[in-house]
Write a protein that binds this ligand. Structure first.
Ligand SMILES: Cc1cc2nc3c(=O)[nH]c(=O)nc-3n(C[C@H](O)[C@H](O)[C@H](O)COP(=O)(O)O)c2cc1C
Length: 210
């Protein structure tokens, strides 16, 4: 286990996209599971948590998906893992479990649980696939950012990778591509380069105050 970095400023301002990692450094599964657990404290629409992760650690699976990674082979070759993030196009698939979880936490009564399950089941029957897609894209963005920041707390760096063959990733990983929408691949590992500070537009250029 690596030592934790807890300064908020270091975590948020020190994050850089890192594309090259020390490939001798593995990340223990328990540690990756902790990182995912902390990342999933992210908010999501109706708390449906539609994110699904496939953690690719083995050379065999990395080699299988490498041809889909267009210009991102260095991350594939050197990272400790490629975390493939998918959005579930049936975001309410865990509705009952999530509502029951709130009852177990003591923050919801069984009556409200049953009402909520009925209300949300009806809602998901009416809502369009386009709306669901937009929502899981947003939810996926929030959990991704959390993941990249939490990774830094554990001493690792990341690269968000959008450059991959979106139509082929789910099937290559054995997922139902009609149900799981690929959102992002996040490479993670011990940095073998410093990265660089990328330019940010001034707030005045991108903000209106009304
Ligand atoms: C949605 C998304 C997709 C990205 N895709 C790639 C990618 O395919 N390959 C890559 O090397 N970097 C990728 N990046 C990283 C960006 O180039 C990087 O975040 C940006 O230049 C800002 O740099 P910084 O992350 O170091 O602040 C992606 C970033 C985001 C948010």
């Amino acid at each position: 286990m690596v030592s934790l970095t807890n300064s908020f400023d270091d975590i948020i301002h020190g994050r850089r996209t890192i594309r090259k990692y020390d490939n001798r450094k593995r990340i223990p599964r328990e540690e990756l599971a902790k990182i995912l657990t902390e990342a999933t404290s992210a908010p999501s629409s109706l708390n449906m948590q539609p994110w699904r992760f496939i953690v690719v650690e083995s050379t065999k699976t990395k080699e299988k998906i490498k041809p889909l990674l267009t210009a991102n082979h260095i991350q594939c070759d050197t990272s400790a893992a490629l975390i493939c993030l998918f959005g579930d196009l049936q975001p309410h698939s865990n509705l009952t479990k999530i509502m029951q979880g709130s009852v177990d936490y003591g923050t919801m009564t069984p009556d409200i649980r049953d009402q909520q399950i009925e209300k949300l089941t009806n809602y998901y029957q009416r809502v369009s696939q386009e709306q669901i897609k937009n929502t899981i894209l947003l939810d996926g963005g929030l959990v991704s950012m959390n993941l990249m920041l939490v990774a830094r707390k554990y001493g690792y760096d990341t690269c968000p990778i959008g450059g991959f063959e979106k139509e082929q990733l789910a099937a290559a990983l054995g997922l139902d591509s009609g149900r799981y929408l690929p959102l992002l691949i996040i490479s993670i590992g011990k940095a073998a380069e410093k990265g660089y500070q990328s330019y940010r537009l001034p707030v005045a250029d991108i903000t209106e105050w009304l």
